[in-house]
Write a protein that binds this ligand. Sequence first.
Ligand code: PMP
Length: 354
Amino acid sequence: MKKHNFSAGPCILPKEVMQKAAEAVVELNGSGLSLIEISHRSKDFVDIMEKARSLALELLNLDGKGYKALFLQGGASMEFLMVAYNLLNKKAGYINTGTWSSKAVKEAKMFGEIVEVASSKDKNFNYIPKGYTVPEGLDYLHTTSNNTIFGTQIKEFPVTDAPLVCDMSSDIFSRQLDFSKFDLIYAGAQKNMGPAGTTLVVIKEDILGKVERQIPSMLDYSVHLSKGSMFNTPPVFPVYTSMLTMEWLKDLGGIPAIEEINEKKANLIYSEIELNPLFDGFAAKEDRSHMNATFSLTRDDLAETFNAMWKEAGINGLNGHRSVGGYRASMYNAMSLESVGTLVDVMSELERKA
Ligand code: PMP
């Protein structure tokens, strides 16, 4: 039986995407060759890369607005340092909303002065800071749109004259935003796109070329752009699978259509967390993530029963991250409303039993 996979990432992907990806590993489009045995310079693969790059811009509504998309390697963690390597001359600002933002700060500090413009560390990152002033003269301002571990999500992004950078690893393609407000967006594939192994980077080209240092080729966005995201052998399977997921999303009606479903899923779980006295939400109400819902039991003595019940219902990956504890239900784009319904049924069944 296929499980209801609430895993935080790697995570659920659309079933038809996984089927098509598996078929392409055996044989790509009747070519007599596998996706993973053809040259990345062959027309077949160059077309796949170009399709993936253009679908990313199309879905984000950034076509013809001076942006280019890249599919790089090294995960989102590599972008923590590449962003600073390519954009930081003197001083950059960071909004610290969790573990991943903190890691981004740590890497960037090797390249210049980092101003922590706002932080929610004082309350174990259970909220998104608001009402702060962004200083002038920053080379860029870095934000994390969705905090995978703590289950918070930025609803309103800071206003700044500096280039706005955003780590959208855990909510890319999940909700409508004015993406043209951002100058650089990055996202590891392994949530809403595909298997781990590639990172989508969307860059407004005019922000590049402003740092004084020399940049090693593999870490230089301009080099990757000049080579059509093919400076070296790209991760062909993650790129192909990401392309399939983007096609799936486009056919579904794009971000507006998936946002509607994601809102229904989030409303379903958060209303249960609110109504059921056995559960407490971790994140501040107004900052709750529509991708990762974090919660805990109000009665420790029920943990064993609850754990057995959700496992029995075919639910996977519900344990919270060790820095928060409790539970985390990750409801990425490919998760159905029915799966969230299964979890909510288990939660209310626990209330009846207790
Ligand atoms: N940023 C966010 C928001 C994440 O959730 C993660 C982990 N999935 C990362 C960065 C790090 O990603 P990676 O493991 O691809 O380096």
